[in-house]
Unconditional design. Structure first.
Ligand code: CP
Length: 305
């Protein structure tokens, strides 16, 4: 399927060819991103970044990606400055932005909000995270990071830890990894925060999956830790009982050539003392977000992309 003009609302349904195309394009932009240079590939285009929910990495890396490609940017990082506070519907807001921008990047607390935006927008819509549902560009940058760090994605054992129920990054990553060969997903989470059955049922037969009964980091080539999503609980205090910790003792149980990833923000899951270990890949993972989002924007907005 061509990327030009396409919505990117979910990682579900992305084929390996689609993913490989983005990873190759990201490679071609990596030196521009790393050296903080710019191109004029998307000169004249306007990218709207609409963040109805807080973000640091996704918002700034999309904005940086757009600007390094020569596009202009409009948008907000706090919907309290918009007519949403007067009661305007998401649909009406999107129609207004659609008349202004060539592409809409949206983060929203409600599952399905990105698809709802795509349904009323002629401009392509990119989901930058919708509630506990999906975060497809995070999955693409995670795959880019895994390949860059490990040399391959095929054949790896990838352990997902933490809040697998509400963590949208692991939902998108599980779908994306199902397109690779001989990958095994290992899960470990509190019973109340397991990977949703709807996802495991759908992926059964497409990818090997195994629940670990103990906190065992020793089998994995990639340990993918996630934050317990405090904001998704009806009782915000409930999340405290699910906290876990990776410090130097836990790191010592990992394979010497494994990597430790986390989509961030971290709120105590990984001790800062771990950061100096070469296996701690999470800051490199975040930096990869820029060239991957440059790739996504360029593929979607440029006929030549
Ligand atoms: N990984 C991620 O989505 O981070 P932000 O919430 O800071 O964008």
């Amino acid at each position: 399927m061509t990327w030009f003009g396409r919505d990117l609302v979910t990682a579900r349904g992305l084929g390996r060819d689609d993913i490989e195309e983005i990873l190759r394009e990201a490679d071609s932009f990596s030196s521009i991103a790393r050296e903080k240079r710019s191109t004029d590939t998307l000169k004249g285009k306007v990218v709207a970044t609409l963040f109805f929910e807080p973000s640091t990495r996704t918002r700034f890396s999309f904005q940086t990606a757009a600007m390094r490609l020569g596009a202009r940017r409009i948008g907000f990082g706090d919907d309290s400055v918009t007519s949403t506070v007067k009661g305007e519907t998401l649909s009406d807001t999107i129609k207004v932005i659609d008349a202004c921008a060539d592409c809409i990047v949206i983060r929203h607390p409600l599952e399905g909000a990105a698809q709802a935006a795509a349904n009323v927008s002629e401009a392509p819509v990119i989901n930058a995270g919708d509630g506990a549902n999906q975060h497809p560009t995070q999955a693409l940058l995670d795959l880019y990071t895994i390949r860059k760090e490990k040399g391959t994605i095929d054949g790896l054992k990838i352990l997902m830890l933490g809040d697998l129920k509400y963590g949208r990054t692991v939902h998108s990553l599980a779908y994306a990894l199902s397109q690779f060969d001989d990958v095994e997903l290992l899960f470990h989470s509190p019973p109340a925060l397991r990977m949703p059955e709807q996802i495991t049922n759908e992926l059964r037969g497409q990818i090997k999956m195994r629940e670990l009964s103990s906190f065992d980091l020793s089998q994995a080539d990639v340990v993918y830790a996630t934050r317990i999503q405090k904001e998704r609980f009806a009782d915000p205090e409930e999340y405290r009982k699910y906290s876990y910790h990776i410090g130097t003792d836990e790191l010592a149980t990992m394979k010497t050539d494994a990597i430790l990833m986390h989509p961030f923000p971290r709120v105590g899951e990984i001790a800062e003392e771990v950061d100096a270990d070469p296996r701690a890949a999470y800051f490199r993972q975040e930096a990869n977000g820029i060239c991957v989002r440059m790739a996504v924007l360029n593929k979607i907005l440029s006929r030549k992309g």
